[in-house]
Design a protein around this ligand. Structure first.
Ligand SMILES: Nc1nc2c(ncn2[C@@H]2O[C@H](COP(=O)(O)OP(=O)(O)O)[C@@H](O)[C@H]2O)c(=O)[nH]1
Ligand SMILES: [Mg+2]
Length: 170
């Protein structure tokens, strides 16, 4: 098989809009939530697929709380690219900063998408200033056109995915 498969993982703090973005890009995406014993902790994952220029793009949404570091590590293994979502309606938090530093250090191709830009009072330019080393796209995850445009721009610069080279089992 010479199909080009890309694994892209969406990172971001709780509430940044990861689930919304993946659902907008793929309305039939899957959202899974699991509750811990006693209902104290909830872990949420998203999975969606989009085809862009004949390339199969698989989108994975990671848990957006710090304590789920292990789950993020497992989900992000073998990723071809990453999207970091930041919220334009609130200041950049330490966790988002931590994700940014980790992704920069990991040498994974990634972009920042500043979300909720259509909100009254959103300050996308102030947020953008925190992320100088990578491309930043201003989006609204509720807006299909803007979200897809940003994803397409990112995907266009990605080399063929690992799935192309290392075949998994199916
Ligand atoms: N105004 C606005 N709200 C958004 C946007 N994207 C997500 N939200 C809202 O932000 C909240 C958190 O979104 P969600 O996708 O669940 O975030 P997640 O925790 O990162 O998965 C929800 O109430 C969404 O409706 C957006 O582009 N604009
Ligand atoms: Mg979510």
């Amino acid at each position: 098989m010479t199909e080009d498969k890309l694994k892209i993982v969406v990172f971001g703090a709780f509430g940044a809009g990861k689930t919304t973005l993946i659902r907008t890009l793929d309305p039939s995406s899957k959202h899974v939530e699991a509750e811990g014993v006693g209902g104290s902790t909830t872990i949420a994952l998203d999975f969606g697929k989009v085809e862009i220029d004949g390339r199969h793009v698989y989108l994975f949404g990671t848990p957006g709380q710090e304590r789920f570091e292990f789950a993020r590590e497992v989900i992000s293994r073998g990723m071809d690219g990453a999207i970091l979502l930041a919220d334009a309606t609130s200041p950049v938090d330490d966790f988002t900063r931590h994700l940014y530093d980790s992704l920069t250090g990991a040498k994974i191709p990634f972009v920042v998408m500043v979300n909720k830009c259509e909100e009254v009072g959103a300050q996308p330019d102030a947020i953008k200033k925190h992320f100088c080393e990578v491309p930043v796209h201003k989006i609204s995850a509720q807006d299909h056109r803007r979200s897809l445009e940003a994803l397409c721009t990112f995907v266009a610069v990605l080399p063929p995915g690992h799935g192309h080279v290392h075949h998994g089992i199916s």
